[in-house]
Design a binder for this molecule. Structure first.
Ligand SMILES: *Cc1c(COP(=O)(O)O)cnc(C)c1O
Ligand SMILES: [Zn+2]
Length: 433
């Protein structure tokens, strides 16, 4: 099996002897291909490129692998043979995220003029109500393997809650960092699990810079930052979205996917997951298109895509889609490559369109999305209007978080139809009979 395989590297190094993370065999540089042993590293020492996990993936009969997956637990651990986690991961104390529902969205399809199959992958059903539980679950296993005692992150909100909860369950200390001005729902969720929560006066990009400094300082020693020094492991969690979508479609690739972009990590790893399924023979090898979605107030990747640039120029975010508000997205250039290679696109919508799309999804399918879901649904509508997304094909739109976390976005325009005295006369007078 030749997906990022290496012949002769052991899964251990001098600082972390005996580390065993399932099929993961090394870290490899995305830019120059340099390989180093597994460890808490994120940048290539040769060229500073981002490091990824290299695997020795299972060989042999796809039918047998498919059967093994289907017999697994109803969580991301059914895909443990394809993830950098120990084989007995499902037996450890973790939050067991994943296997969220894939909602066939016929009423939304009718509103959008989609005649093909339309599905919403609804990740609001994860333990802390966002897709971040997937990536954190993998990072926790790496943190345990490397002996970290404190779990940390820089977060636009959802990640802080996911780290706090996962650390609580695993019995690790947590200390997480967020921009000071996040939605109340996200602040409360990040704090309630009992770890330390620090608001930083600045944007997410300031928070991230601060965390990079902390990693190099004695104050951060023994800390596993899930999205910095554990990033190669963390990022692999997003592959499970690709695996689940295909399995839930009956081991079939969708023709088109609409994916939100913050740092761009999720989108790039969904592509990686789809390519692995093809390489393993678990799905038929045929083309798919990946579309990226941003909010106009933080759309550096979309601007680069539309401008035909390879470089993503950083912006200062100003949008209600705070979970996606990363002005300097680390994986931006890779997102551009994937959108171009697969024949997809990157598009953005205004905050008003985000709110409309949240309400549209709620009204048609009974799914209450956070602002990031408003971004993907809004972008889907826009892509159909400008002819980039084919409404006759099978499309999967991601909702990555729960509307209850971003009530502020819809509260000003959503409320009771009437407030009346408890009498039938008053009810009739309100015109609702
Ligand atoms: C973090 C997040 C994403 C995607 O983040 P990437 O950095 O692009 O991987 C998408 N939706 C929500 C709700 C998030 O919290
Ligand atoms: Zn390199």
């Amino acid at each position: 099996m030749a997906v990022n395989t290496v012949a002769s590297t052991t899964a251990s190094d001098s600082t972390h002897p005996g580390v065993s993370l399932g099929p993961a065999v090394a870290l490899s540089c995305r830019e120059c291909g340099e390989r180093i042993p597994l460890g808490p590293h994120f940048a290539c020492t040769a060229c500073f490129g981002p490091l990824e996990i290299a695997y020795e993936l299972p060989e042999g009969d796809p039918e047998a692998l498919r059967a093994r997956i289907e017999a697994g637990p109803d969580t991301i651990w059914r895909y443990a043979p394809l993830l950098p986690v120990p084989a007995d991961v499902a037996a450890k104390p973790n939050l067991n995220p994943g296997f969220t529902r894939l909602v066939r969205a016929d009423r939304l399809a009718a509103e959008l003029g989609v005649t093909g199959e339309l599905h919403v992958k609804d990740d609001s059903g994860n333990p802390t109500h966002s897709f971040k539980d997937r990536v954190v679950a993998i990072a926790v296993e790496a943190a345990r393997a490397f002996g970290f005692t404190t779990l940390s992150c820089s977060s636009t909100g959802n990640l802080a809650g996911a780290v706090g909860a996962a650390a609580a369950r695993a019995g690790l200390r947590s200390c997480v960092f967020i921009p000071h001005d996040l939605e109340q729902g996200k602040v409360v969720m990040a704090a309630v699990y009992g770890g330390d929560l620090v608001g930083i006066e600045g944007t997410y990009d300031d928070v991230n810079r601060f965390c990079s400094e902390l990693i190099g300082d004695p104050a951060g020693e023994g800390w596993g930052f899930v999205n910095v020094n554990l990033r190669p492991y963390y990022a692999e969690g997003s592959k499970t979205l690709a695996y689940e979508i295909c399995e839930q479609l009956g081991w079939r690739l969708p023709d088109q996917l609409v994916v939100p972009i913050a740092s761009g990590s999720q989108l790039t790893k969904i592509d990686k997951g789809l390519r692995e399924l093809i390489a393993l023979g678990l799905v038929e090898d045929r083309p798919y298109k990946i579309f990226g979605a941003q909010a106009e107030g933080c759309s550096p990747v979309s601007q680069a895509f539309k401008g035909g640039h390879d470089v993503v120029r950083p912006v200062r975010p100003d949008t209600i889609a705070k979970s996606l508000a990363i002005g300097n997205p680390a994986d931006g250039p890779y997102v551009l490559d994937i959108a171009r290679r697969t024949g997809g696109a990157v598009e953005d919508v205004t905050d008003a369109q985000v709110v409309d799309a949240i309400k549209l999804l709620a009204r048609t399918e009974g799914v209450f999305a956070e602002t990031a879901g408003g971004v993907t649904v809004g972008v889907t509508r826009k892509l159909i209007e400008n002819g980039l997304l084919d409404p006759t094909l099978t499309t999967v739109v991601l909702n990555t978080g729960d509307g209850l976390k971003t009530l502020d976005a819809v509260a000003p325009t959503t409320g009771p139809s009437a407030v009346i005295r408890p009498s039938l006369d008053a009810f009739r007078a309100a015109g609702l009979a």
